[in-house]
Design a binder for this molecule. Structure first.
Ligand code: ATP
Length: 579
């Protein structure tokens, strides 16, 4: 928590100083009130025999002290709240910036729902703890020190009661804190699970309806939501012990003070006024201790959230971008893979890709075919370093891909992933993701090459048509073409289309290929496809199976010598003929 405080309170320092400062003033004014009250009783009533002027004067002073103290308290609350909001805003921004540096492996570690909980619920916990630190963690100890000074000054023997009460309170507090922290961690992870389920449920609501799985989904949600309830109860059960425990000790102290204080009055070592103010101070001590313990509880709750925020902030990207300042840019679209091995997990026994050797000339069009799970997507994701290989070497433009900065490498290699997404905003805004400085003419040209221009123009708002989140208001094939156009706008040296025309009709698919081949000469194109027709015109076609390259050749060569390719071609040809 203190590391976060140190790093993320920079722009809220004024509010951060004013908050505690005003709290200290509030305490000073609050503490003066019982003292003035003892003067009213002992001086105004007892010694001066009911001096009304004196009593009114001191009474007005008491009111003024209460008003100023209250104002200080209110303003300290405002500043604490400003400081805490800035604090969590800074952490949220830092988390988002950090997430942007994540590679695919880091992203897979944190589900979206968990990130959302960390940036919302966890941040709320942190904000509350921060406010408590500024208010209670300053107020209570300061108040305690001053009040102790006052009670010891009033009657040191009576104050020995606290020498017994405070260690008891301390032990109880330590017990509650150590037991609560792990329970809160469990609770937050259950929240993650619930949110993941909720996200899946809502995103997949159309499928759930289609499969009439309403009851199943409801039961599933009920189960995770009950888990949250259980974890919440376990965490809260320990926290709620705090208040009754403190009140028990508090009232025992009050009774002891009343009992011994009464005797001291009888024996003349304490006046009634002193006793009254003593009781007020005792109440303040006990309320401070209660406030302190509640603030500590809030910090305990927030510790789990602090850990979770730190996990995201301290996550080390797996890909090192040691040449991030390098000016080296990709000169041409040639690709070379030498003895490449790859696996997703270090501990995996069998590599996902084995012994890949491949040389692609700049400007070539390469098709990749193979059964599902053959490693086609994995292979192409290694080129822009979405994952790093663990053995072998990959060169692009004649240079090792690790010699380029990740930025320059990915500027030169554009991938249209299988699960590509569009963002909420207009079509034109989505296109500018590919190139923020692209002119309207360039956008139209890219869309024409991706065979997207005609359908865009058929929308009443054309390029200003607003896409909903994920591009859910356009068809699958239209979405794919928009993603291709966006990738083309980067004017990359290499474009990789990973099953990016699967939802596009054969005729349009062919037009896209012709446009890529003829209008974007010089750009290396890699097309992963399930249909032979999508790769038939490629210069060479790679046949992959079980993480290995089985064969490479053009359509005619493969048709002649490769049985798998021939079967696939004939089956698909048959399928077309039968339609
Ligand atoms: P498809 O045609 O179905 O897209 P593919 O040939 O592209 O399949 P890949 O997606 O490259 O196959 O997957 C190759 C293997 O790697 C599969 O066994 C798959 O389960 C595994 N795999 C893919 N992505 C991951 C991942 N992110 N983490 C762990 N394993 C993965």
């Amino acid at each position: 928590m203190f590391k976060l405080l140190k790093d993320y309170t920079k722009d809220g320092w004024l509010a951060c100083i004013l908050g505690p400062l005003l709290v200290i003033l509030e305490v000073v004014f609050d503490l003066a009130i019982p003292y003035v009250m003892s003067l009213i009783i002992d001086e105004g009533i007892t010694s001066r025999g009911g001096d009304v002027n004196y009593i009114i004067r001191l009474g007005l002073i008491m009111v003024a002290l209460a008003l100023i103290g209250g104002a200080c308290g209110a303003f300290s609350g405002v500043f604490a709240s400003i400081a805490s909001c800035k604090f969590v805003r800074n952490i949220r921004t830092a988390m988002l910036e950090k997430i942007q540096t994540y590679d695919f492996k880091n992203i897979e570690k944190y589900p979206v729902s968990s990130i959302v909980v960390r940036m919302t619920s966890d941040m709320r916990m942190l904000r509350m703890a921060y406010t408590s630190i500024v208010r209670m963690m300053v107020r209570a100890p300061f108040n305690l020190i001053l009040t102790f000074y006052m009670v010891v000054r009033l009657n040191s023997s009576l104050s020995l009661i606290f020498a017994i009460a405070i260690p008891i309170l301390g032990c109880g507090l330590i017990y509650i804190m150590t037991n609560a922290h792990p329970r809160f961690r469990v609770m937050m992870s259950k929240f993650d699970n619930m949110n993941a389920g909720l996200k899946e449920n809502i995103e997949g609501i159309r499928v759930a309806k289609n499969f009439v799985r309403k009851d199943y989904e409801e039961k599933k949600f009920d189960h995770v939501s009950s888990d949250v309830l259980k974890a919440q109860r376990q965490a809260e059960n320990i926290i709620i012990l705090n208040q009754p425990f403190f009140e028990l000790v508090m009232y025992a102290c009050m009774i002891a003070v009343a009992w011994f204080g009464g005797r001291f009055i009888i024996f003349g070592s304490l006046t009634t006024g002193q006793f009254m103010s003593y009781l007020s101070y005792v109440r303040q001590i006990l309320f401070s201790l209660l406030g302190l313990s509640m603030a500590l509880m809030q910090i305990v709750n927030a510790r789990a959230s602090v850990d979770r925020a730190n996990e995201v902030l301290d996550e080390k990207p797996n890909l090192d971008d040691k040449n991030k300042d390098s000016d080296l840019v990709i000169e041409d679209g040639s690709i070379e893979l030498n003895n490449v091995y790859f696996k997703y997990f270090k501990e995996a026994i069998n590599p996902t890709l084995s012994n890949i050797n491949l040389k692609i000339e700049s400007g070539e069009t390469i098709g990749i075919l193979g059964p599902t799970g053959a490693g086609k997507s994995t292979l192409v994701q290694l080129i822009p370093r979405l994952y790093d290989i663990y053995e072998g070497k990959i060169k692009v433009g004649g240079k090792d891909i690790k010699d380029y900065s990740l930025h320059n490498l990915r500027e030169g290699v554009s991938v249209v992933l299988q699960k590509n997404v569009l963002f909420s905003g207009t079509i034109e805004e989505n296109m500018r993701w590919g190139n923020p400085d692209a002119s309207k003419k360039e956008i139209i040209e890219a869309c024409k090459n991706a065979q997207a221009h005609d359908f865009i123009m058929s929308f009443p708002d054309g390029y200003n048509t607003v896409l909903e989140q994920g591009g859910s208001n356009v068809s699958g094939g239209q979405r794919q073409r928009l993603c291709i156009a966006r990738a083309l706008l980067k004017k990359p040296k290499i474009i990789i289309l990973d099953d990016s025309t699967s939802a596009v009709d054969t005729d349009t698919d062919k037009k896209i290929q012709i446009a890529l081949k003829e209008k974007l000469k010089g750009m290396t194109t890699i097309i992963i496809a399930q249909r032979v027709s999508s790769v038939k015109e490629c210069n060479r076609i790679i046949i992959m199976n079980e993480g290995r390259i089985e064969d490479i050749g053009n359509h005619d060569e493969l048709l002649e010598r490769n049985e798998v390719y021939r079967d696939l071609y004939n089956t698909q040809l048959q399928g077309v003929a039968n339609v």
